[in-house]
Design a protein. Structure first.
Length: 292
C-alpha cells in the first residue's frame, strides 16, 4: 500500500489529574526527520516517543507537538532549608556585633531570603505517565497514517494514469519507426533518380543506405526497456510499501531511455513524442517525491 509523506493526526486524553494532547503533521523528506516540541516534564520520554513513531513511518519530515497539563495541586511541595536559614541568622548576629547595628531579623525576613524556602516537584509515577502518553501518541498516529494512505491512493491513481499514457506514447514511437524508414527510402530513391536521370539505380546500394540509416535511428532497445520500466513501476506502485526511493530510481532510468530516443530521433513526430514522454516522466518524478 502506497503512502504519501503528507499527513496530519491529533488526539488527547483528559482525566481528573491531567490532560495530554498530541498533534503531528508531516511533509516529504528524503529520510525520517522527527522534530519534537514537548514539555520539560516529558523530555525523558523523547527516545521512547521516537521508537513508537519509527514503527509506523519510514520517511518524511514530521513535526510533533505535545502539551501536558497537571490538574493536581500535590505535584509541588515547599522545602525548608534549615542550614541556609541558620547561616543567615549567624551572619546577621555577626554584622550586629561588628557594626553595633540593631538586628531586626524576623521570621518574615528569613523566609524571603534566597534558598530558604524552595519549590520542588514531587516525583511522578513515570511508568503510569508513559502508559498514558503512549496511548495518546498511538491514537494520534492512527488518523495520521490514515491521511497518508488516503493521499497515497490519490497519488497512486494519478501516477498509474500517467504511466498508461506514457505506454501509449512508446507504442506510437514503435509504430512510427517503420514509417520513417519507408519515407526515407522513398526520399532517397527520388533524390537518386533526380541526380542520375535515366541511369539504372542499383537496388543494393539503396538497401545498404537504408540499413545504415535504420541502424542509426533504431530505438527498439530503448522502447523495450522503457515499456519494461513502466510495467515495473506499476507493479511496485501497487504491490510494495515504502517504495518511494525505488520508484525514483526507476523514473531516472525511464528518463535516460527517453533522452536516448530523443537524441536518435530524425523525425518531427518522434521528437515530439519523446518530448511528451520526458514531460510526463518529470511529472511522475514530482509525484514520487511525496511517496514514502
Amino acid at each position: 500500500m502506497i503512502k504519501s509523506m503528507t499527513g496530519f493526526g491529533r488526539a488527547e486524553m483528559i482525566d481528573e489529574e491531567k490532560k495530554i494532547a498530541v498533534e503531528m503533521k508531516s511533509v516529504n523528506h528524503r529520510y525520517l526527520d522527527i522534530n519534537m516540541r514537548i514539555p520539560k516534564k516529558l523530555s525523558s520520554f523523547e527516545g521512547a516517543i521516537r521508537g513508537v513513531l519509527k514503527q509506523y513511518m519510514q520517511r518524511g519530515k514530521v513535526d510533533l507537538f505535545i502539551t501536558y497539563e497537571d490538574y493536581t495541586q500535590s505535584g509541588v511541595t515547599v522545602k525548608y532549608n534549615r542550614e541556609i536559614a541558620q547561616q543567615y541568622l549567624e551572619y546577621s548576629r555577626q554584622i550586629e556585633e561588628e557594626f553595633q547595628l540593631k538586628n531586626d531579623m524576623n521570621v518574615s525576613n528569613i523566609m524571603r531570603f534566597p534558598e530558604v524556602l524552595t519549590m520542588e516537584e514531587e516525583k511522578v509515577d513515570e511508568e503510569e505517565l508513559w502508559t498514558s502518553l503512549k496511548q495518546v501518541l498511538v491514537n494520534a498516529v492512527q488518523p495520521f497514517i490514515n491521511s497518508r494512505i488516503q493521499e497515497g491512493n490519490h497519488l497512486s491513481k494519478d501516477i498509474l494514469e500517467k504511466l498508461d499514457g506514457m505506454y501509449r506514447k512508446v507504442e506510437l514511437v514503435e509504430k512510427r519507426s517503420p514509417e520513417i524508414l519507408k519515407e526515407y527510402r522513398e526520399k532517397l530513391e527520388n533524390k537518386t533518380k533526380e541526380l542520375l536521370a535515366d541511369a539504372q539505380i542499383e537496388e543494393s546500394r539503396i538497401a545498404a543506405e537504408v540499413i545504415l540509416f535504420a541502424d542509426k535511428i533504431c530505438t527498439d532497445e530503448e522502447t523495450v526497456r522503457l515499456k519494461s520500466h513502466i510495467n515495473h513501476m506499476k507493479k511496485v506502485l501497487t504491490e510494495e510499501e515504502g517504495a518511494g526511493r525505488k520508484m525514483d530510481f526507476i523514473a531516472q532510468e525511464m528518463n535516460r531511455e527517453a533522452n536516448t530516443i530523443l537524441s536518435k530521433a530524425n523525425d518531427l513526430e518522434t521528437s515530439n513524442l519523446s518530448i511528451d514522454l520526458k514531460t510526463e516522466i518529470e511529472k511522475v518524478r514530482e509525484q514520487i517525491q511525496n511517496i514514502e
